[in-house]
Design a protein around this ligand. Structure first.
Ligand SMILES: O=C(O)c1ccccc1NCC(=O)[C@H](O)[C@H](O)COP(=O)(O)O
Length: 260
């Protein structure tokens, strides 16, 4: 079994348990549930830099990135740096994240927050809303077209933006539908961890213009962004490059300043 299949198999079990612990009725009582979400897609469309900065403690491809940071400081730092939004990994087992990280990031910021998770059930979308997210991620590699449709339409009904992530043409072709806001191309093959910006370049012409194009993973330089911009990318998801430093906010500030 590859790592992605393993993560998803664990996720189904985790979600089944979470549903028993916290019923939907309780999620809907969150004070954040009726909050109007700012749009990440709109922020990216009008930005010169288009940075989505990620909070990521560890990952299957990089066991330890940074465990010494306070998520609220990171959120404040990213927002002050001028990032368009922040991605918060909420998976515990493989990434060391949690829904509390999302809540703390929400408490410290007002810019759009993406719940970075392996979404397999509408319940996780309700959690995203209840804990302060504005955007959800759907990964085409682990969902059928029907699942992408029902999950994205449900997210839209709650006022959330939807970022659909693909890694190849087959995933892209099965996924195109109006209930998506952003099309993300992951430069990292989630089964082998191989990273190549060529993936974003190759798929760019196949993404219809009505979606905001986002390039994800393995971006660590201004040159990389300037290389991708001519292919129509407006958003750039960056995790490790900021999180490996002692001060991700300062690192993002310097990066974004150079882009302007
Ligand atoms: O990062 C991983 O190793 C990984 C492995 C399996 C599934 C997902 C994974 N990462 C999630 C992401 O998409 C990245 O955290 C995000 O794009 C930022 O990437 P980077 O800038 O390379 O940290």
């Amino acid at each position: 079994m590859n790592i992605l299949d393993k993560i998803v198999a664990d996720k189904y079990k985790e979600v089944a348990l979470r549903k028993q612990l916290i019923p939907v009725s309780q999620l809907k009582q969150s004070v954040l549930f009726d909050r109007k979400s700012p749009s990440l897609a709109a922020a990216l469309s009008t930005s010169n830099s288009g940075i989505i900065a990620e909070h990521k403690r560890r990952s299957p491809s990089k066991q330890v990135i940074n465990h010494n940071l306070n998520v609220q400081d990171v959120a404040t730092g990213y927002e002050n740096a001028g990032a368009c939004g922040m991605s918060v990994l909420t998976d515990g087992k493989y990434f060391g994240g949690s829904l509390d990280d999302l809540l703390l990031a929400r408490a410290a910021s007002t810019f759009p927050l993406l719940r970075k998770e392996f979404m397999v059930d509408a319940y996780q979308i309700l959690e995203a809303k209840a804990y302060g997210a504005d955007v959800i991620l759907l990964i085409a590699a682990v969902l059928t077209r029907d699942e992408i449709k029902s999950l994205s339409e449900f997210a839209k009904s709650l006022g959330l933006d939807v970022l659909l992530e693909v890694h190849n043409l087959e995933e892209l072709e099965k996924s195109i539908m109006p209930s998506l806001d952003m099309l993300g191309v992951n430069n990292r093959n989630l089964k082998t961890f191989e990273v190549s910006l060529e993936t974003s370049k190759t798929l760019s012409t196949k993404i219809p213009d009505d979606f905001v194009k986002v390039s994800e993973s393995g971006i660590s330089s201004i040159d990389a962004i300037q290389e991708l911009q001519p292919y129509g990318y407006k958003g750039f998801l960056i995790g490790e490059n900021f999180m490996k430093t002692d001060n991700p906010g300062a690192s993002a500030t310097e990066f974004i300043h150079k882009l302007k």
